[in-house]
Structure formats: structure tokens, C-alpha cells
Design a protein around this ligand. Structure first.
Ligand code: GRF
Length: 221
């Protein structure tokens, strides 16, 4: 089976990019990374791509008059690389409806909260302030509204009594690194059926795991 060619857009350290690179390097994984684009020349994620032998481009949004002009350059680079889908991985620019519409159903993003809770920034501090006992991350298809597209997958982690935003972020990030490649695989296998703002998985999947994550954990286990 031909592997899905993916463009990854980053702005920073690229630890999710690394998880995607690692997954794509595994035999039999149904996607490959054709290009990594950063809007910031100093993004350390660029080195991760280079170490993995993946082509990189810097397309600095500050070099363009407006968002559409910036996105035209992104689209041209993605087309040059033969990208068939796009993963946002810590990409800190808002995309317009034009770009989102052109990639609809083929544009994934990861967000560090259990959406629809805590869209936007500072999700870990906000989760702590809200006193939630479970937190996590979401991979979703990108829509015009910020952090609001159809949810593909989620991973939950407990919020522990002594957590700071930093310790909680680290726990969520480890979950992100597991969730994102898994969801990319589902996209690449063509198993995400979208209906409005909902997704449904086609084909067989593990429905046998109905364990609960209870936090605080009951003592009788
Ligand atoms: C991650 O927490 C991701 O969920 C959010 O931005 C962060 C990017 O981290 N969108 P990295 O660049 O992948 O390490």
C-alpha cells in the first residue's frame, strides 16, 4: 500500500514531530513525512527533521503581507513535496478558512486538553485552576474555528495533588506522543469517517478495552 505523504507544520521544539517521525520510520506504518515547514527560523524541531533525513522549509510569516499570502506559500511548498495531508504539531499560527477548506478532512492538529474543555492557550494552568481530576490531549480535524474540529482521538491522564502546570504538561505531553501517531495511522488508513463535527472509525478496532481511569483511585482495587 502506498504510504500517505504528510506535511508537518511546526513553530518550536517539535517533540510531537519527533513522535511522528519515529512512527513513520517503523516498517509498515502507513504514512511518511514528505516535508516539515516551520514559520520560525529558530524552531529546534527543524533539526529533528534534518536528523531523520526529512526535507525542511522555513516559511516565515513575517515575510508576508497577510495570512492568505503566507498560506499561499505554505500550500505551494506542500504541493511541491507531494503532501496529501497535513499535521499541525505545535504550529502557532491561526489558519484562514481558505487553507482549512482546501485541506478539509486531511488536516490534523493536536491540542493539550480534553476538548471541548480549555481551547486556546495555557491549558494546563487552566485545568489546575478549574480543579479537574482528569486532563489530557485531543487530536482533531481542523475546522475554521480555533480548537474546534471533529475529534479523532483523546488520551486522558490524572491530575495529581502536587501538580504544577509543568508537571501536568509533561504527563500530557507523553500522552500526546502516543496519541498523535495513532491518529495519523487512522487517517492514513482511511478509517476516519466524518459527519458534521463528529468522526466515526470504520473497520475493526479494539472495543474490548472499557477500563475506567478514576482519579483519585478508589482504595478497593
Ligand atoms: C504541544 O503541547 C501541542 O499539543 C501544542 O503545542 C505543543 C507543541 O509541542 N499544540 P512540541 O513542539 O510538539 O514539542
Amino acid at each position: 500500500m502506498a504510504r500517505l505523504a504528510v506535511g508537518v507544520l511546526i513553530s518550536g521544539r517539535g517533540s510531537n514531530l519527533q513522535a511522528l517521525l519515529d512512527a513513520c520510520a517503523r516498517p509498515g506504518f502507513p504514512a511518511k513525512i514528505a516535508l516539515v515547514i516551520s514559520n520560525r527560523p529558530d524552531a529546534s524541531g527543524l533539526e529533528r527533521a534534518q536528523s531523520a533525513g526529512v526535507p525542511t522549509r522555513v516559511i516565515d510569516h513575517r515575510d508576508f503581507a497577510d495570512r492568505p499570502a503566507f498560506e499561499t506559500a505554505l500550500t505551494a511548498a506542500l504541493a511541491d513535496a507531494g503532501a496529501e495531508a497535513v499535521c499541525l504539531a505545535g504550529f502557532m499560527r491561526v489558519l484562514t478558512g481558505g487553507f482549512v477548506g482546501a485541506w478539509r478532512g486531511r488536516l490534523l492538529s493536536i491540542h493539550p486538553s480534553l476538548l471541548p474543555l480549555f481551547p486556546g492557550l495555557h491549558t494546563h494552568a487552566r485545568a489546575l485552576a478549574a480543579g479537574v481530576k482528569l486532563h489530557g490531549c485531543t487530536v482533531h480535524l481542523v475546522s475554521e474555528a480555533l480548537d474546534d474540529g471533529a475529534i479523532v482521538g483523546q488520551a486522558a491522564v490524572p491530575v495529581l495533588p502536587d501538580d504544577t502546570a509543568e508537571t501536568l504538561a509533561a504527563r500530557v505531553l507523553a500522552a500526546e506522543h502516543q496519541l498523535y501517531p495513532h491518529c495519523l495511522r487512522l487517517l492514513a488508513e482511511g478509517r476516519i469517517e466524518v459527519s458534521g463535527n463528529l468522526t466515526r472509525l470504520t473497520g475493526a478496532h479494539r472495543a474490548d478495552d472499557t477500563r475506567r481511569l478514576i482519579n483519585p483511585a478508589p482504595n478497593d482495587r
